[in-house]
Ligand binder design. Sequence first.
Ligand SMILES: NC(=O)C1=CN([C@@H]2O[C@H](COP(=O)(O)OP(=O)(O)OC[C@H]3O[C@@H](n4cnc5c(N)ncnc54)[C@H](O)[C@@H]3O)[C@@H](O)[C@H]2O)[C@@H](O)CC1
Ligand SMILES: [K+]
Length: 501
Amino acid sequence: MKILTAAQTRQLDQATMRAQHITSVELMERAAGALAEWFYGAFPHERGEILVLCGPGNNGGDGLALARLLHNAGYAVRVALLPTAHPSADWQHNRQHLPGGVPVAELAADALPALAPGALVVDALFGTGLARPLAGLAAAVAAHLHQARARVVAVDLPSGLLADGPQPDPGAPVVRADYTLSFGLPKLAFLLPQNAEYVGEWHVLDIGLDQGFIDQAATPWHFTPLHDASVALPRRARFGYKNTFGHALLLAGSRGKMGAAVLSAGACLRGGAGLLTAHIPGGGYDIFQTTRPEAMCLTDAQANFISELPDLGPYQAVGIGPGLGQEDATRAVLAQLLRTATVPLVIDADALNLLGAHRELLALLPPNTVLTPHIGEFTRLTEKAHDDYHRLDLLREFAQKYRCVVVLKGAYTAVGAPDGQVYFNSTGNPGMGTGGSGDVLTGLVLALRADQRLGPLHAARLAVLAHGHAGDLAAAATGEAGLIASDLVAHIGPALQALTE
Ligand SMILES: NC(=O)C1=CN([C@@H]2O[C@H](COP(=O)(O)OP(=O)(O)OC[C@H]3O[C@@H](n4cnc5c(N)ncnc54)[C@H](O)[C@@H]3O)[C@@H](O)[C@H]2O)[C@@H](O)CC1
Ligand SMILES: [K+]
């Protein structure tokens, strides 16, 4: 699913009207109808008065049309208008068609509407047409809503927030919505942590926008919903056997962190690898063989960390990093792996930290390597981003420069591809912020990299999607707080099953 800029969204509206031979008023009516349907579902028994705040443009027009539909459906509705000398044409149309029974007032700085705590307010002040930061009356209204602790439903975007880029004035007020209802497609702003306090829970409402325009629109940003045919797992061949499903090698673990190796290995096995060999510190042998009898095990001469690179001949993919530690000898193993590997690599955790601390090693990264940093690890590989948008620029630059796939982990994990495209993930929950969660992802990526039917981007996106879905399935059983990484491993099977072609 593509994510478009505000400018592209305007072109999309125009293209929709042309392709479907409808007027902008008719498109606005569709938008208002979709908003009203959402309201009927979300607030079926709302008894209090709903205050609809309308700006001067088509976002305000949506608000006026919604006020009419809610009133006609039996809700108590009141409208407050931002004073304007030049309302949009569709605004004027919907103002004229507002039923006489709906009270209308103009907003004024010295008489902001009284709001009981929890009052339901629709923010239809500004949407994709926002041209400058909120100031004056609009800024006062945004602050007033926050102080009054109103429940705010934003139409298209919380007013004051840009759809597709950082705020020019980070200090300017933005409406803090509890819900944001976007038309047709998600917006880039929704996916970044710095905007979470404004966007709240967001939903995309289908208003039948022109798919032809969307298909040809150029954008680096994409959103991967749970069921996306382009990242499905191909079925296993009826006559396949363990060697056809790939033999993975995992280098992981150090004293005190053998659990990372165990979790990662479990995820690799549950991820469908035909065979898994783990190379671990000698002292971890009993732990590993006891907890992962399905895996084979090579032990390092060192008891507490990894100092040797095994012969890579038998393997279709190699993963390195979980629980690895950062010994000099381990760094030498990583360097040797980068120099000699001819099969796909997956690099995580301390292997990334070693790369960050010895950046000369980055030049050795084989193309199509999958790296799975969280924000801290990514910062060590690149630089400190001044905001979340800048970090996305750094992600694209890094993936393009090293021709790698970079999985930047977090809510809406962003997968950066070597061609500069970025794919945001839709699955997962805050319960997955728990030790070992990343080790599980590494094992899963490794399994899918050993599957020779999948390219690096497909494997990474599918692993991220399945990992998040496993988290959602697990949280349904344990709750978010109770979720631990072993639960993720246990749910990888059903998650992948749900994502199979
Ligand atoms: N074009 C269409 O057919 C559709 C548009 N839709 C709605 O239309 C919205 C976009 O409408 P517009 O392009 O009219 O833009 P907006 O309604 O977002 O805002 C534009 C108006 O606000 C003024 N303005 C911008 N920033 C301001 C600020 N900081 N302080 C004070 N005034 C400011 C502009 O001068 C202009 O009058 C979307 O967000 C969506 O809600 C939907 O109805 C779907 C269909
Ligand atoms: K809005």
